[in-house]
Design a protein around this ligand. Structure first.
Ligand SMILES: [Zn+2]
Length: 68
């Protein structure tokens, strides 16, 4: 069986199902799908503790950059 990259798998799935895919911006896990007319990928944060922590750290860093 040929190895398929994650990107190819997702694109294949999205094309077949006419759905947008929501990926975790940190670990790139598929969080879910949403119906859409255009093929697109959205980035959000999944429920893993490590990703939630990174999200919190990022938001603290952004906050500091804004007030600096
Ligand atoms: Zn994640």
């Amino acid at each position: 069986m040929a190895q398929q990259s994650l990107d190819e798998c997702i694109q294949d799935y999205v094309l077949k199902n006419d759905l947008g895919t929501i990926l975790c911006r940190y670990c790139e896990d598929v969080i879910g799908t949403l119906p859409t007319n255009n093929v697109k990928v959205m980035y959000m944060v999944c429920s893993k503790v490590e990703c939630q922590c990174r999200e919190q750290l990022d938001s603290i860093i952004m906050e500091e950059e804004r007030t600096a």
